[in-house]
Design a protein around this ligand. Structure first.
Ligand code: ZN
Length: 740
């Protein structure tokens, strides 16, 4: 789940930048490497002979980026030029005599940030969606210079004192709420970057940052290399019995590309998951499971190769050391400094309460699975690699519905029309396509969002289909952010990226219901970015929103994909235009919470491990990774994996992404989104007043206020877990649960 990325913005996010830059490759990168490795064509073929003689399009993006004119050769000079100009301007600002004011310091710093992100946003985006070797090289060359610049700014004492003096003047009270919020966040981020440290400690802090960035990058590379470093060559089709045709074709194509006969299975998601769910051959599943769960570790078929054990230990040690320098008892405490949760106890208590509710349900589900496998397949014992397979059999037995069967009812344009209709009903905004916009690929579309008064509120690129050189997964990213300039309001622009199957033959692109849900999710992030009314970039849209609250709008939007009335709007058979039949729709809805207890317990296990391994780190005892995992499993797990399982060694979210001591955020935000949605359930899922309230209380406010304050403004009270437990089928609607 790596669908939300932040464009690095040095001063507004200095402390976070190192982690964020590393998280760009989070989770979805595996498939990106996959497509890059087997890419059959170059997307970026235009080369510029001598860039010095020509205008660099990256430096002239006053409007939207001129994607077709951007060449990898432009990247390095553009970044060098914009960073040099930024340093010059910062030097002027810091040389100016005190006192500093909002107008003399914060405004020009925002201008500097804006200039950098205008250059960086298209580079980062192309790295994700049109990642040729030349572009990747250019990207990796300039990334360290951006990190260096941001650390420099984060530790710039004169700037820090400048912000302090803004906060200390009597005029401070006259600043707007978002302005004061910007100053508070800036002061916090300077401190988290080590600005208060003595000079020698600053150097040490910088050293830790740089080393951590190397280690976390290396962790991710090991996971990728280990993922690609193992394949299973299958010569007889009988060994693939049970596998859907789409997965078989993929395995066939993969073998052909490698010059092999037969089929080649890999540990990439599109190959691995279908095998685990559908392959009848238990030995094939066992091999795949073992290879996957021992990636980058001391176990399994490639034991010791790409082994992350030492890296993980050093990462935990350095994170702890860095947090200690700033006075935090642990990295978990440091992590919470920018989150909605107030204390480690609150996070642990939250997870334990959820576990108490979910565990009995998960146990019942496992028991049901065992009985089913025994009764129908004579299986008296289920191994770890049997569980997904028999679960899929049970799901089909109970609900008789598959994702493939739903595809013909979700042609992409029907889904988009339905999504835009629903958005229009709820928030009163109209969405219209804009043609002749310069993009990075012919499939990419561009849309504008207009409000009820006819004002342009934002725009987005929509890049729906998977293709070579494009990273897997789905995400929303900022192209540009809303801000007030001398010329008026600059409207926000988003990149919405998915990896759906492109149209095949005469049929339009047909989506599975999972893909429809993904589209709604990313669109929810997009609405948060685009419908903001905040004019200050560092607290506008998703900026400045606590990490554990940022999934509220995205997860909220998913709910409509499960509603009868909404599905009627979203579906229409691509040949007959018949909406999704009621019988199929009901089976889909009842299958929604299949094994919800087991799924939730798994998320709790990951979240608890992540949090405790950071919270309980003690330099005298070393990292104790497997011990912590074992302790967490004893407490919460229902399914106990084999002893060779080294899940943590490929847990990129926390060891190379931005989720360290923050993986709990997924569950935390789900409480918020479920509870917010329950207000729609109470008043009607298409209730316009409730939609407008959500827009004005949450979407328009961005990060200008605490997420709790925004939530309370919308819901009229603090969040409670009832709705999440009910929506996920953990408790039925007539029982109520305790608030967290
Ligand atoms: Zn998301």
């Amino acid at each position: 789940m790596a669908e939300l990325k932040f464009s690095p913005n040095p001063t507004k996010n200095a402390s976070k930048l190192a982690a964020i830059s590393n998280s760009l490759d989070l989770a979805s990168s595996t498939a990106g490497r996959y497509t890059a490795k087997f890419a059959g064509r170059r997307i970026y073929e235009n080369t510029v002979a001598s860039t010095e003689k020509l205008d660099n399009p990256l430096l002239h993006s006053d409007e939207l980026p001129a994607f077709t004119s951007i060449d990898p050769a432009h990247v390095e000079p553009a970044m060098a030029s914009v960073l040099e100009a930024a340093r010059r301007r910062v030097a002027e600002l810091t040389a100016a005599p005190a006192p500093h004011t909002w107008a003399s310091l914060a405004v020009p710093l925002d201008d500097i940030d804006e200039k950098i992100s205008r250059v960086w946003a298209p580079i980062g985006h192309l790295h994700a969606v049109a990642d040729t070797p030349a572009l990747r090289e250019a990207y990796n060359t300039v990334l360290p210079s951006l990190i260096e610049y941001s650390t420099e700014i984060g530790q710039n004492e004169v700037l820090y004192r400048g912000y302090e003096s803004i906060a200390d003047t009597p005029d401070y009270a006259t600043l707007s709420g978002p302005q004061r919020r910007t100053v508070e966040n800036a002061l916090r981020d300077f401190r988290l970057s080590g600005v208060d440290l003595a000079e020698d400690q600053k150097q040490e802090y910088k050293r830790l940052n740089t080393r951590l960035s190397e280690l976390t990058t290396k962790f991710g590379e090991n996971v990728l290399d280990a993922t690609q470093g193992w394949t299973l060559h299958v010569e007889h089709e009988s060994e693939l019995a049970g596998l859907p045709d789409s997965a078989k074709s993929l395995a066939r194509e993969t073998a052909e590309r490698e010059g092999l006969q037969g089929w080649l299975l890999t540990l990439e998601a599109p190959s691995y998951f279908p095998v685990m769910s559908y392959a009848d051959n238990a030995e094939v599943r066992r091999k795949m499971y073992e290879a996957s769960t021992t990636r980058a570790s001391d176990q399994g078929p490639n034991a010791g190769q790409w082994d992350n054990t030492a890296l993980m230990g050093e990462i935990l040690t350095l994170r702890h050391a860095r947090s200690s320098m700033l006075g935090f008892p642990s990295y978990a405490h440091y992590s919470l400094a920018t989150k909605m949760a107030r204390s480690p106890d609150e996070v642990i208590g939250f997870l334990r309460d959820l576990a108490d509710q979910a565990k009995p349900v998960a146990k019942r589900e496992l028991e049901e699975l065992k009985q089913f496998a025994a009764a129908h397949f004579d299986m008296d014992h289920l191994e770890a690699w049997d569980i997904p397979y028999y679960s899929e059999k049970l799901r089909q037995h109970l609900y008789d519905v598959t994702q493939e069967e739903l595809r013909p009812y979700f042609p992409v344009d029907t889904v988009l029309d339905g999504l835009f209709d629903i958005t229009n009903t709820l928030f009163g905004v109209r969405i219209s396509p804009r043609v002749a916009v310069d993009t990075w690929h012919e499939d990419v579309r561009f849309f504008d969002i207009w409000d009820e008064d006819g004002n342009l509120r934002g725009s987005f690129y929509l890049d729906l289909y998977s293709r070579p050189h494009k990273r897997g997964g789905a995400w929303m990213d900022e192209c540009r952010v809303r801000r007030l300039t001398d010329d008026g309001v600059q409207t926000p622009v988003a990149f919405l990226t998915c990896n759906f199957t492109r149209p095949v033959g005469d049929a339009p692109a047909l989506l599975t219901h999972d893909e429809v849900t993904t589209l709604f999710h990313e669109f929810g992030h997009g609405l948060h970015h685009m419908l903001t009314r905040v004019d200050l970039p560092s607290v506008s849209g998703i900026n400045g929103v606590e990490w554990d609250a940022v999934e509220l709008p995205s997860q909220l939007m998913e709910n409509w994909c499960w509603e009868h009335a909404a599905l009627k709007l979203l579906s229409g058979h691509w040949q007959t235009e018949e909406p999704l039949p009621d019988s199929l729709l009901e089976r889909l809805r009842t299958a929604k919470n299949f094994q919800a207890g087991l799924q939730m317990i798994r998320q709790i296990e990951f979240a608890m491990f992540d949090f405790r391994v950071h919270l309980e780190f003690n330099p005298q005892h070393g990292p104790r990774i497997q011990e912590t995992l074992a302790r967490v499993r004893r407490e919460v797990a229902v399914i106990h994996p084999p002893s060779f399982n080294r899940f943590a060694h490929a847990f990129s979210h926390i060891f190379s992404g931005g989720y360290a001591a923050g993986y709990y955020s997924y569950l935390w935000a789900e409480v918020l989104s479920s509870d917010a949605y329950s207000k729609f359930e109470e008043r009607g899922i298409f209730d316009q007043a409730t939609g407008r309230e959500f827009m004005s209380c949450v979407l328009e406010q961005g990060g200008s206020k605490d997420s709790m304050e925004l939530f309370v403004a919308f819901r009229g009270r603090e969040p409670i877990t009832d709705a999440l437990l009910r929506h996920s089928g953990i408790v039925t609607s007539d029982t109520t649960a305790n608030s967290p």
